[in-house]
Every structure is written in structure tokens, then in C-alpha cells.
Design a protein around this ligand. Structure first.
Ligand SMILES: NC(=O)c1ccc[n+]([C@@H]2O[C@H](COP(=O)([O-])OP(=O)(O)OC[C@H]3O[C@@H](n4cnc5c(N)ncnc54)[C@H](O)[C@@H]3O)[C@@H](O)[C@H]2O)c1
Ligand SMILES: [Zn+2]
Length: 397
């Protein structure tokens, strides 16, 4: 039995409206004089790139990252950055751009290829400091140790996870999410919900069977992550639908920005688990967004995990606004699944894998890929078999 857990965050987090204006001080604090900005064409078009450049005129940039970035995009960004020998990398955007910034900073410092760093703690040392500025309320990449990209050759999304990848600075400015379209707000907001629920229901840190000498970036469920997951779930219950339906509601946007960051802190220390493992092959095959795939799979994975986490699911049900008084524990736990599914429906995320154009004959290969992601399997409250994963896919089909 383990007796300890650890907890890490970004070096410093500045939260609130207009926190973007603290970018110049942030760079000064880091001693950075040659930052390089990584973003995408949409954020350029809606004026967010311009807002950053008003703070740091003439900052060189690469604005060609696309959603769920491919290897080729990461390499293009790296080659563009390399010419400027930057001493800080700014990732402005959703998870896609922040993750691209993390991968570029690895390559700038340690050379090699993104694939060399896939897995846990493969980054050999500190990297060029990363400043993360989220424009979605979802991934928590601004505080997390993960960077995800699509390995187009292998047909799966892969992650590099390292404590060196936590941004040195995170500027979480809810005003930057106001232009986020309904679909991106819905998908990324549901991703944050998955982060919080997977962290809160992961295997207990005391029972987490990391073999001697093995590395795990995840600690398992622990009290610090629990308190952040709780707040995240309550905030999402209160603000997600409003943020999607009424994008200019700043209270809702603030609530979601805080929720996403809290969920990021929770999962990047406790865990994400089976939902994420099952989403990666789906996302790579049908190019749905990460949040959409996760949200669709969440109720089905919860039903599989429920026997191991009855109490936690009943608690989550109350946080999502369900009245469980007088219900037997099993039924109270089921209410969490019902509530999650209702939220998915309310933000118009499809219910079935077939709606994402998945073909039934793809499911066995998806299950084979998901089970191979050991780091996510072993933190799930129940270690599934490949057959069980395939059955979950079928129930979601
Ligand atoms: N590193 C981590 O810890 C972590 C965690 C979860 C997910 N991820 C990864 O993050 C990626 C998904 O990130 P995401 O959900 O934030 O979406 P995203 O970054 O892929 O963005 C989706 C689209 O929304 C647009 N957009 C973003 N913010 C906008 C704004 N304010 N106004 C207008 N348009 C805006 C983007 O330009 C893009 O076209 C996936 O690759 C996923 O695997 C990473
Ligand atoms: Zn996620």
C-alpha cells in the first residue's frame, strides 16, 4: 500500500478577466526576451492573436496549428520557431495549440522527433519555458503535464507526459473564451467534466499498483485532486449549458474557465482513465473532437465502472443537481449517469458512435488499441479486458 501522493501545477497561474495584460510582466518574470507565439488561423481571424501581439509587438509566430494537431503540424511549428532561437514559447488557443507549444519546446531543447517522447517521463530535462493562454474552457493543458498529438502513421492519438511540460505560467483569461463557438464550448466543456469525473473515480492512490521501479505520472484518486474535481463538477453543472447557449454570458464563461483549470489540476495529478483510452482510437479514426468522443463514451464507461464506485457516483449525482434522497445506493449512483447523459444531450453532442460515422467493424481494432494504453488502464477503478472494452464500444454504437 502506498502512503504518499504528490501534487504539481503550472509554475504560476493568473486567473481572471484581463489577465492577458499581464503577459509582458510574465515574460519579464521569466527573464524571457525572445518569445515565440504558437496559435492557429481561426484565432488569428477572430482577433485573439492580435490581442496577444498588442502586449508583445513584433513577436514572431506560427499560426498554422489545426485541431487535434498532426505530427506534420508540430514539425512545421518547430522549424518555424527554430529560426528565432526563442527563450519562451507561448501557446495561445485550445488544447491543440497549447500542446503544440509544449512539443515545440521539447524539440527546441532536446532535439529529436515528437515520437521519441511519447509515453511517461521520456523528456530528459527542463524545456524552454512554456506560457499557456487557453481560449477554450476544456483541456486544462494550461496546468497539465500532457501534450497530445495525432500519430497519423499509427492511427491513434498519443501523449507525451512529463513534469517538465507543466507551463511555467498560465494566463487564464475568461474574456478570451467569449468568441468560442457553441460546438467548441460544448465539446471542450464536456472534456473538462470527463477529466473531473475520471479523476474523482480513479483507483485510490493507496491501492494503485505501480510495479516497483515503474514510472507513473498519475497518482490515483487523492484528497487534493478530489476537492478540485468536486468544484469543477459543480461549476460545470451550473455554467456549461449557459456558456454554450449564450456565449456572451461572462459569468458562465468565468465559471467554465475556472472549472476547466480545476479539472486539469485534478486529472493531471490523479488520473484520466478508460474514457480517454477509448476516445483516442475513435478520434484518430473519425476525426471527431476529443471532447465530443469523450462525452459520448462517458456514460457507457461510467456504467462499466459503477460497481467499483457506487458511493462516488451517488455523490457526483448530487453535485450535478440530482435528488437522491431515499434512493438505494445503486440507484443513486445510476443518477450520475443519467445526469451526465442529460448534459450531453443539452449541449447537443451525439449519443452514438454511429452518429460519428464509426463503422461496426472498426470496434475490435479500437478495443485493441485502447487496452494497449496501460497507463490509463491501470488507473481505472476496474482493469478491463479487451472483450469488455469492445462490449462498451458496442453499447455506445
Ligand atoms: N494537454 C492536455 O492535458 C490535454 C487534455 C485534454 C485534451 N487535450 C487535447 O486538446 C485538444 C483539444 O483541445 P480543445 O478542446 O481546447 O480544442 P482545440 O484546441 O482543438 O480547438 C478547436 C477549435 O476551436 C477554435 N477555438 C478555440 N478557442 C476559440 C475561441 N476563443 N474563439 C474562436 N474559436 C476558438 C480553434 O481555433 C479550433 O479550430 C485535443 O488534441 C485533445 O487531445 C490535451
Ligand atoms: Zn481530455
Amino acid at each position: 500500500m502506498r502512503t504518499t501522493f504528490s501534487f504539481s501545477s503550472s509554475g504560476r497561474l493568473i486567473f481572471g478577466n484581463h489577465s492577458l495584460k499581464q503577459l509582458p510582466q510574465t515574460l519579464k518574470f521569466l527573464g524571457a526576451q525572445k518569445p515565440f507565439l504558437i496559435s492557429d488561423p481561426v484565432l488569428n481571424r477572430v482577433g485573439l492573436v492580435q490581442q496577444v501581439r498588442e502586449q508583445i509587438p513584433n513577436c514572431p509566430m506560427f499560426c498554422e496549428i489545426g485541431p487535434e494537431p498532426t505530427l506534420a503540424m508540430i514539425l512545421d511549428a518547430y522549424h518555424a520557431a527554430q529560426k528565432h532561437q526563442p527563450d519562451a514559447i507561448i501557446g495561445l488557443g485550445g488544447g491543440s495549440n497549447m500542446d503544440a507549444a509544449k512539443l515545440v519546446s521539447i524539440l527546441l531543447t532536446h532535439g529529436g522527433h515528437p515520437k521519441d517522447y511519447v509515453g511517461e517521463e521520456k523528456v530528459p530535462g527542463p524545456v524552454v519555458p512554456i506560457i499557456a493562454i487557453p481560449t477554450t474552457a476544456g483541456t486544462g493543458s494550461e496546468v497539465s503535464l500532457a501534450a497530445v498529438f495525432t500519430d497519423t502513421d499509427a492511427g491513434i492519438k498519443v501523449s507525451t507526459l512529463s513534469e517538465y511540460l507543466r507551463p511555467k505560467m498560465a494566463l487564464v483569461d475568461p474574456l478570451l473564451t467569449l468568441s468560442c463557438p457553441p460546438k467548441v464550448s460544448a465539446d471542450s466543456g464536456m472534456d473538462a467534466l470527463v477529466h473531473a469525473i475520471e479523476a474523482f473515480t480513479a483507483i485510490d492512490y493507496q491501492k494503485f499498483p505501480v510495479p516497483d521501479g515503474a514510472v507513473s505520472v498519475y497518482q490515483g484518486k487523492n484528497p487534493l485532486a478530489d476537492s478540485m474535481a468536486e468544484q469543477a463538477i459543480k461549476l460545470i453543472a451550473r455554467h456549461l449549458v449557459r456558456a454554450v447557449q449564450q456565449g456572451d454570458d461572462l459569468i458562465a464563461r468565468e465559471g467554465m474557465a475556472l472549472a476547466a483549470t480545476l479539472a486539469g489540476l485534478a486529472f493531471s495529478n490523479a488520473a484520466v482513465a478508460l474514457v480517454h483510452a477509448m476516445e483516442y482510437p475513435v478520434g484518430a479514426a473519425v476525426h471527431c473532437s476529443h471532447g465530443e468522443g469523450n462525452a459520448l463514451l462517458l456514460p457507457h464507461v461510467m456504467r462499466f465502472n459503477k460497481p467499483a464506485r457506487l458511493k462516488e457516483f451517488a455523490t457526483i449525482a448530487t453535485w450535478l443537481g440530482e435528488d437522491i434522497s431515499g434512493l438505494p445506493l445503486e440507484e443513486a449512483a445510476e443518477r450520475a449517469i443519467v445526469a451526465v447523459d442529460r448534459l450531453r444531450e443539452a449541449v447537443k453532442i451525439p449519443a452514438r458512435l454511429r452518429d460519428l460515422k464509426v463503422q461496426p467493424e472498426q470496434l475490435p481494432a479500437f478495443a485493441q488499441k485502447a487496452i494497449s494504453i496501460t497507463r490509463l488502464m491501470r488507473v481505472n477503478p476496474i482493469y478491463p479486458t479487451q472483450e469488455e472494452i469492445e462490449a462498451i464500444y458496442k453499447s455506445a454504437y
